[in-house]
Design a protein around this ligand. Structure first.
Ligand SMILES: [Zn+2]
Ligand SMILES: [Zn+2]
Length: 345
């Protein structure tokens, strides 16, 4: 095995630098992963632009990681073998001991690393990961298409499962980007009447191709009024952080409708209390999910033919790929590849 590997680290906030690092040995309960692909998520903005400039060595971002196990540390479960294809999402592996873990709420573990933020992530040829955070990758998916499912996929898949809507109900997807384009596909296949809400006419065709029955352009129409005209939405899944836009759409929720928030912005969300109380409406935050739930997301994607739409760039072009993601000029997910020969899918 190699003794060094290439990584793109955040040398100063906003800037990724290609470095060569010594290959680490996995500690107790950890594995070493040889990375094949890593998606670029909107949340990487916080990890790259908001990086701690004093951190040494600087952080390697990336939390949509797919690769193979290169080495097992001590006390790793026997389900994991060297050579096995695995992935890691944003949540780096529950501790199994805290109050949330003991209640089975592994996604809320209080001692869990955020991959790419509080531990190194997958913009690299190698990465260490907690075995408790590993996700098995089905052979039907290649690394590049599996990677975005591990964050953009599970975030939206789980939000739809928690949104309270049943087959035939109207569900709104607000924002058609990395997360939204997965949400539209899942929502369609779950049997909802799918409404996409976006800005501008240019995205309408894509939204419909991805599964939307109806597209509402907020530049042209009052989306909340249009939804009320359709009888109201049972759920609105928001993938964007602009709280004024989210707030304006809430008027489109049917009684007992749920607004599910996926973007963790810092701005307060204005809400009309009476609108919630009188119609028994509610607001729910939803984090990605556990490794087991990630495997269910992958399984559902295979079963129903959901795939992310991706653009692939090599690891060393991570700065360019990141800027493309930031500018919104990508349909719909950038994925970094580590430059090995493509695997047979
Ligand atoms: Zn993410
Ligand atoms: Zn825990």
């Amino acid at each position: 095995m190699k003794t060094t590997y290439r990584a793109m680290q955040v040398t100063r906030p906003g800037l990724l630098e290609l470095v060569e690092r010594p290959v680490p040995k996995p500690g107790v309960g950890e594995v070493l992963i040889e990375v094949d692909a890593c998606g670029i998520c909107g949340a990487d903005t916080g990890d790259i632009d908001g990086a701690d400039p004093t951190l040494q060595p600087p952080r390697v971002p990336g939390h949509e990681v797919v690769g193979r196990i290169a080495m097992l540390g001590e006390h790793t479960p026997s389900i994991w073998k060297v050579g096995q294809r695995v992935g890691v999402g944003r949540l780096g592996g529950p501790c199994g001991e805290c109050a949330q873990c003991r209640q089975g709420h592994f996604e809320l573990c209080q001692n869990q690393p955020f991959v790419g933020a509080t531990c190194d992530g997958g913009y690299a040829e190698m990465m260490l990961a907690r075995a408790s955070g590993l996700v098995s990758i089905p052979e039907e998916l290649n690394a590049e298409e599996a990677a975005p499912i591990l964050c953009a996929g599970i975030a939206t898949f789980n939000a739809l499962k928690k949104c309270g809507a049943q087959a035939g109900d109207t569900v709104v997807i607000l924002g058609i980007g990395g997360l939204g384009h997965m949400a539209l596909q899942y929502a369609r296949r779950m049997g909802f009447l799918v409404v996409a809400v976006g800005r501008g006419a240019d995205i309408a065709q894509d939204a419909q191709k991805l599964g939307a029955h109806v597209y509402i352009d907020t530049h042209e129409e009052d989306a909340a009024a249009k939804l009320q005209g359709m009888g109201g939405a049972k759920a609105i899944i928001t993938t964007i952080g602009q709280t004024d836009t989210v707030s304006a759409l809430m008027g489109g929720l049917a009684p007992q409708g749920r607004l599910v928030l996926l973007a963790s912005g810092k701005d307060p969300l204005p809400v009309l209390a009476g609108h919630l109380v009188v119609g028994e409406r509610s607001i729910l935050g939803s984090i990605t999910g556990s490794p087991y739930e990630n495997e269910k997301t992958l399984d559902f994607s295979v079963l129903t033919g959901v795939r992310p739409m991706i653009e692939v760039m090599p690891l060393e072009k991570a700065n360019e790929a990141y800027q493309r993601m930031r500018s919104g000029d990508v349909k719909f997910r950038m994925v970094l590849t580590m430059g090995r020969l493509p695997e047979a899918a």
